[in-house]
Write a protein of this length. Structure first.
Length: 506
């Protein structure tokens, strides 16, 4: 009789016994001083709360006591109330707004519970970080996707220019909704394919949207969408992790390779280090040090990418990647130039990718990469091919600069518009603030400043995009005959070219 009363007085805790997170939580209860107040029941062994299905019991934690049945975050709060030191915390958790936040947090954790621990947890973190980075980038370049703008769109096909802008806004909103649902959903494959299709549509209607961070996030999501998201699919987890490793390693390698040019060494890098070295007095030694460092940085960045793929060097490569992040933040971050804010979260997220992919020692790198490539699907091979092989073709202008990660390399197409000073008033009012006078009675329209100010991103640096922007500008001017576009096309590739184009050419 006494034993029956003790059993009834206890609170029954119903949990998923196949969930490692749930097992860890229940283990803490068993080891606590209040363990005698709870009876833990594994729903996978047939123990179910009254009037609750097995599917519901697997997705939520339930607590049954004299006050009734409690589930999810409220069940956790009910357990905390049994511990005197946590009772105030439990009461705070029942406050209206706090309780709603806890409910949302519990929902996210419970739906991903099978990937919280173990090798699969890295895929979960990468999924969450990818969406956070993506949404950060979209918010920092809002007009590029949704807002009103005077900066022209650059569709891949001219026929796409006639599609109503409102329709594109709807596609952008759907893309954001899909991204949020991917963040929340434990099996996001279909949502990822929907997201990728929407991303392709948006970039077709404006190539300016094909920014390197958006390109990377989209294909990393695609790689995650090709995974089954089955907790027992260990082979799929390893394959997906290796695809993601190849993507990140390639980004670092090609980013360094693109910087192996005199413009980066003599112009780009000295500009980058200025906020860092500005406290030092100018001297020949300082100038020489900057020059030498500018020559070494591309090699170091390439070495980081290669080092990621060799077990004995992977952690050293992670450390150097962290140092690079610190340098970038000091240079273009809020305490440096405060420049190009859209890439700040991108660089931080990339380093977090690096940590989750290359820092853990177990089963991390040093694989049989040839065997790996033979054992994956054609779609997975395509993702690897786009990052490992195609960027090499950028050096002969057979692949675009940004998907080859040439940002801040000095090896991307640059352009500006020359306008006779007497014709500057013909330029639309919104654009005139980006016109600067020169010394030969010809004004200079800074296309890059226009893009950064209105869209929050740099111009997609391809000749066809510059020509499309120039053509749109010409169409808005009554007599644009004296206007000209000057392009320096891929200055450090094997097929470099400098050209001047008039409105008649467009």
């Amino acid at each position: 009789m006494t034993k029956d009363k003790d059993r009834i007085a206890k609170s029954d805790v119903f949990y998923d016994g196949e969930c490692s997170l749930c097992q860890a939580f229940v283990s803490k209860i068993h080891q606590s001083p209040q363990s005698d107040k709870f009876e833990t029941r594994d729903v996978t062994r047939g123990f179910l709360p009254k009037d609750v299905s097995k599917e519901e019991a697997l997705n939520e934690i339930y607590v049954s006591d004299e006050a009734g049945l409690h589930k999810n975050a409220n069940a956790m709060l009910r357990i905390l109330e049994a511990y005197p030191r946590y009772r105030r915390l439990a009461r705070a958790g029942r406050l209206p707004i706090v309780n709603q936040v806890l409910m949302l947090g519990y929902f996210l954790v419970s739906r991903h519970r099978h990937f919280v621990f173990g090798l699969g947890s890295r895929l979960l973190w990468i999924k969450l970080l990818t969406i956070i980075g993506l949404l950060s980038g979209l918010s920092l370049s809002y007009p590029l996707w949704f807002g009103e703008r005077s900066f022209p769109t650059s569709p891949f096909f001219t026929s796409l220019a006639v599609v109503p802008e409102g329709l594109i806004v709807i596609v952008g909103v759907l893309l954001v909704i899909a991204a949020i649902l991917i963040f929340c959903t434990p099996r996001p494959q279909k949502l990822i394919f929907l997201f990728f299709g929407l991303a392709v549509v948006l970039c077709l209607f404006d190539q300016m949207r094909l920014q390197p961070w958006f390109y990377q996030y989209s294909f990393m999501l695609l790689a995650l969408g090709l995974f089954s998201w089955d907790k027992s699919d260990n082979k799929g987890i390893l394959v997906t992790l290796n695809i993601l490793r190849m993507i990140i390693a390639s980004i670092y390698f090609y980013s360094g390779l693109q910087k192996l040019n005199p413009t980066f060494v003599t112009e780009i890098f000295p500009w980058f280090v200025q906020p860092v070295v500005s406290t030092f007095a100018p001297s020949p030694l300082l100038s020489l040090s900057i020059l030498v460092a500018g020559c070494l940085v591309p090699l170091i960045e390439m070495g980081i990418g290669l080092g990621f793929l060799v077990r004995r060097f992977s952690r050293v490569a992670v450390v150097f990647a962290g140092l690079m992040l610190a340098f970038l933040v000091a240079s273009i971050g809020p305490f440096g130039y405060a420049w190009n804010a859209v890439v700040w979260p991108w660089n931080i997220v990339i380093f977090l990718f690096v940590y989750f992919l290359f820092w853990p020692d177990e089963d991390c790198v040093g694989r049989d990469w040839k065997g790996f490539l033979m054992g994956i699907s054609w779609a997975q091979r395509l993702v690897v091919f786009l990052f490992v092989v195609m960027p090499a073709f950028s050096f002969v202008q057979l692949w675009d600069s940004y998907p080859s990660f040439s940002l801040y390399s000095g090896n991307a197409t640059q352009g500006f518009v020359l306008i006779p000073e007497e014709s500057t008033s013909a330029v639309p009012q919104d654009v005139q603030k980006f016109i600067y006078a020169s010394h030969n009675e010809t004004a200079h329209l800074d296309l890059q400043a226009w893009s950064f100010t209105e869209l929050g991103v740099p111009i997609y640096p391809e000749e066809r995009v510059y020509k499309s922007i120039f053509s749109s500008l010409c169409s808005q001017i009554a007599d644009p005959k004296e206007f000209s576009l000057v392009l320096d096309v891929r200055p450090h590739t094997l097929t470099n070219n400098i050209g001047t184009y008039t409105c008649d050419d467009s």
